[in-house]
Design a protein around this ligand. Structure first.
Ligand code: NAP
Length: 461
């Protein structure tokens, strides 16, 4: 049966609301052809050497450098990321491909095991097969790269369903990888609908799924993966605590909190969504924080200095506004912003809320926009307890002029990552991932290389 659907894949410029392009969704037959082609292409790809695959990744990194400006412009046009940040994203992606191209082959060498008894044993890292990636729009290239580069290096084939609002970037990624030498079928972009995704996760020809997205979608994909005993990596939402201790440099901490909350318009899984400041320095911190939040460059994403551009869509603005209004209805105070910007485009004002109580949705839900929620903690232990009082556990920041103090507090936090005197960032060599409802599995670094590899034991007694 052929599914005839209105295409969900469309590019709308969130800075203007203008619909720029639509892309046809795959029919069932087209999807089936692509799966067959991927299974076929995988058979020969898996027989190439890690060095051959690394050379292709190195070429992809070169193409990322060559095409950086064009790719960045597409990102800004379709999801509203300020152009300077879009260029930064492409640079990070270049680094990811370079990292796996240079470090990957050695990491795939057989790993000897010291055996108890006679003979020898080692672990080989082999591909699993054809994998499915399901990716979000907030970092259209970076999210894809951190799954695709290690997966291809190991020898897997990848089918990629990107978010429906960054289809132009999805096609540019596919083209770049093919131009770099990744064979047709070894990397395939899929303009698939949601039923297709679930069908693929259940399909025995697909050996693993990696989803980066919301915890609601993670739960659905995880359920289907579980029912089908399928390897899954889930990189989900976060409500990262940004903890300011009493011995922090308040000005530095305030500057960090502004960056941590506002980069990418606040639409980052690791945004500093809950700023927790110990009582002793709360007032001084707030003075600097409010001043800096009120002075951020907000507006046209094509302007080089803009820190906060539009959100990804008009509906994203509605969702943020709903959470803010709910918090205010339940007693929160708006110290800055607190509403969509009037006029054209999907803009939401940089906002600061205090007094958000447990009953407000914003207390436990992720606000995916430029809204900082600040909490006053009576003392350090209370700050730690507040930081851990969240369903999420992705990343965290701890500010203290004594790095050992910050690390001691960091050790108490229920998160997958801790950054000392810094907001969360990403780099190719650093494993990325969370605990609790932020998901499971790791991407990037050596750990990222292990996720979709068969760590096969060879024992020669
Ligand atoms: P989303 O709504 O969960 O969508 C993510 C991907 O899943 C998109 O490709 C989407 O496709 C697809 N999808 C949505 N519903 C689906 C369904 N029922 N069945 C199959 N596929 C489905 O998330 P988003 O709004 O794009 O991204 C924001 C979220 O991602 C936030 O929660 C953020 O924290 C999280 N995130 C996490 C990380 C991390 O590393 N932990 C990094 C970045 C973002 P369509 O576009 O076609 O709906």
């Amino acid at each position: 049966m052929t599914l005839i659907t209105m295409s969900r894949y469309r590019t709308t410029n969130p800075a203007t609301g203008e619909l720029l392009q639509t892309f046809p969704t795959l029919t069932d037959e087209e999807l089936e052809q692509r799966v067959r082609a991927a299974v076929e292409a995988y058979r020969s790809w898996r027989t190439t050497t890690p060095e051959e695959r690394a050379a292709i990744l190195a070429r992809a990194a070169e193409l990322y450098e060559e095409r950086a400006e064009h790719l960045a412009q597409t990102i800004t046009r379709e999801m509203g990321k300020p152009i300077t940040a879009a260029r930064g994203e492409i640079k990070t992606v270049t680094g990811i491909f370079q990292y796996y191209a240079t470090e990957g082959p050695a990491a795939l060498l057989p790993e000897p095991i010291e055996v108890r008894g006679t003979g020898s044993a080692y672990i080989r890292r082999e591909p699993l097969g054809v994998l499915l990636g399901v990716m979000p729009w907030n970092f259209p290239h970076y999210q894809v790269a951190r799954f695709v580069a290690p997966s291809l290096l190991v020898g897997n084939a990848v089918m990629l369903k990107h978010a429906s609002n960054c289809a132009a970037s999805a096609l540019e990624i596919e083209q770049l990888l093919h131009d770099a030498g990744v064979p047709e079928g070894v990397y395939t972009n899929l303009f698939a609908d949601h039923q297709h995704v679930e069908a693929l996760v259940a399909d025995d020809r697909i050996q693993g799924v990696s989803l980066t997205g919301s915890d609601a979608v993670g739960a659905r994909i995880g359920r289907v993966a579980g029912e089908n005993v399928k390897k899954a990596v889930l990189e989900l939402g976060g409500s990262d605590p940004f903890v300011v201790l009493d011995d922090a440099d308040v000005e530095k901490a305030a500057a960090g909190a502004v960056q941590g909350r506002l980069v990418n318009g606040g639409q980052t899984c690791t945004s500093s969504k809950r700023i927790i400041v110990v009582d002793a320095i709360y007032d001084r911190f707030m003075e600097h924080f409010l001043e800096k939040m009120g002075a951020v460059a907000f507006g046209d994403p094509l302007h080089e200095d803009t820190l906060v551009g539009p959100l990804s869509s008009a509906s994203a603005v509605e969702e943020v506004d709903e959470l803010v209004r709910d918090a205010v209805d339940k007693g929160a105070e708006v110290l800055l912003g607190g509403k969509p910007r009037a006029g054209e485009g999907a803009y939401y004002e940089p906002t600061v809320l205090t007094g958000v109580g447990r009953e407000a949705r914003a207390f436990s839900e992720e606000i995916f926009g430029p809204v900082a929620v600040v909490y006053r903690a009576g003392d350090e232990q209370q700050a730690i307890d507040m930081a851990n009082d969240s369903p999420y556990g992705l990343s965290s920041s701890v500010y203290s002029e004594d790095p050992n103090h910050a690390q001691r507090v960091g050790a108490e936090l229920e998160t997958g990552m801790v950054w000392v005197n810094s907001t969360s960032k990403s780099s190719a060599e650093l494993p990325f991932g969370g605990v609790k409802k932020s998901g499971f599995g790791r991407e990037l670094g050596r750990l990222g290389l292990e996720e979709f590899a068969n760590r096969k034991l060879i024992r020669i007694p």
